[in-house]
Design a binder for this molecule. Structure first.
Ligand code: 5AD
Ligand code: SF4
Length: 444
């Protein structure tokens, strides 16, 4: 579009946020805005923000200072803040720093065209109202930064689990599921345009629930519907809450080869004392029971997790229990964090962030070191095995190599063949690091 205003959008935080940026892009393209990767030529800069840990917010604040310097050189440059920091920071950032022209929370993206018009008339615009029913179900996302092979589909929004450390219920509001038919339709569309892998996203996908004239669609039913779109379309999902991952769901995953055998099941801590304070609603034993169910129903399934080190009142014994549970499960991979107190959470209101910083650092390091060992052991076990790999693109290290993933979500690197991204190839694993499998195309 000629003379259309150009928007540059930067995204921080989780996959859900990246998926939201694609919804934002779609809404604004419909309204005749253009997008650019080049921040220097942008008329409007949006930053889609995350509040999960303090350092996520700090990064955004630094970035905003840089945008401010750009605006000095280009008066009229519009700066907007989207996402999870919107509600929490609106007064501070708008009034004190005089920096933002627009703030829109996660449920306000449909209003962006009107908000931008308001900014165009010289007014600041804010909409941080959270909704009970917004799911953007009818919006076909514009795929940003896409490899053309794998895409994310948001299937629900919000969260009502109230883990005591977590800011999400306050930034993203009540849980609501998206129309199942629209999810299946989006999957079909993606398949028809060449995509071969989708990841279904929600804060707690296991509580997905959609009412239809023919009855209730739960997450297992939804997965079965999405799996039948095409056997060549791989399906992944995140995130599962250990308290509601059912045998029915595991049996559904077992039934369809294209439902990937990889489950992300955040444990957060191996200590019942901590799990109780975190309000996770399961015990170490409950969690172990679910791992046993996965091992039994889905032998060989990869299991990954999230862990928080140094939560309120965490003792050395609690920490050791986390390490021992990690060994017991033998996770393929983990996201590991130091506890960061967030305003407007149960923990901030009722607990004391009393583990000293150096202790948090040391415990986190022990967790990371152990995970490195477990990941390497898991990858070494794959040497000699042959996997079906979906090619995603050229490897970062070499133009002569491709990279792709197996069903376990492990990255494999191998010499290029005549196959192209989006094709499946059989790769025999010949070597491994803790992060990557190395392999060769298997002879037919
Ligand atoms: N401090 C540290 N880590 C956190 N997470 C969520 N809230 C916090 C916090 N306040 C981690 C959890 C969650 C992941 C997305 O981020 O492990 O599963
Ligand atoms: Fe995602 Fe949570 Fe960060 Fe929001 S606060 S962007 S939901 S990780």
């Amino acid at each position: 579009m000629k003379n259309a205003k150009k928007i540059h959008i930067e995204t921080y935080g989780c996959q859900m946020n990246f998926s939201d940026s694609e919804i934002v892009a779609s809404i604004l393209k419909e309204n005749n805005y253009d997008f650019t990767d080049d921040i220097k030529i942008a008329d409007i800069i949006f930053v889609n923000t995350c509040s999960i840990r303090e350092n996520a917010e700090e990064r955004v604040r630094k970035r905003l200072q840089y945008f401010k310097s750009l605006r000095k050189k280009k008066p009229g440059l519009v700066i907007g803040l989207l996402g999870c920091m919107a509600d929490r920071t609106k007064t501070a950032l708008m009034d004190e720093e005089q920096l933002l022209d627009l703030i829109a929370g996660p449920d306000a993206y449909r209003h962006l065209p009107q908000l931008l018009e308001q900014v165009g008339t010289g007014h600041r615009a804010i909409d941080t109202i959270l909704s009970l029913d917004e799911t953007y179900a009818d919006i076909t996302p514009v795929r940003l930064d896409s490899n053309g092979v794998s895409a994310f589909i948001s299937i629900m929004r919000g969260c009502e689990n109230y883990c005591s450390y977590c800011v999400v219920p306050s930034t993203r509001g009540q849980e609501r599921s998206r129309d199942a038919a629209s999810i299946v339709g989006e999957t079909r569309n993606l398949f028809e345009t060449g995509y071969r892998e989708v990841t279904l996203l929600g804060q707690n996908v296991n509580s997905y629930s959609w009412n239809t004239a023919n009855g209730l669609v739960n997450f297992a039913n939804l997965l079965a519907q999405v799996a039948t779109v095409n056997p060549l379309m791989r399906i992944r999902f995140a995130t599962s809450h250990p308290k509601d991952i059912s045998d029915e769901l595991l049996q559904t995953i077992a039934r369809y080869p294209n439902l990937c055998k990889a489950i992300h099941l955040p444990v957060q801590s191996g200590s019942n004392h901590m799990l109780d304070k975190m309000n996770r609603k399961y015990t170490r034993e409950d969690y172990q029971n679910r791992i046993q169910a996965i091992r039994q129903i889905l032998p060989g399934c990869a299991i990954t997790t999230d862990i928080i080190a140094g939560f309120c009142d965490e003792t050395e014994e609690d920490h050791v229990e986390t390490l021992s549970l990690m060994r017991w499960v033998g996770y393929e991979a983990a996201y590991m964090f130091k506890y960061s107190e967030r305003p407007q959470t149960l923990a901030a209101d009722t607990l004391i962030d009393n583990v000293p910083e150096d202790v948090k650092d040391r415990r986190l390091k022990e967790i990371i070191d152990l995970q490195q060992e477990l990941s390497l052991a898991s990858n070494r076990k794959d040497i000699g095995k042959t996997f079906e790999i979906l090619i995603e693109g050229k490897s970062k290290r070499s133009d002569n190599q491709y990279f792709g993933r197996n069903t376990h979500n492990k990255v494999a690197v191998f010499s290029k063949t005549l196959a192209v991204p989006g094709d499946y190839v059989s790769v025999t694993i010949t070597g491994a690091t803790s992060a990557t499998l190395l392999g060769e195309i298997a002879p037919n």
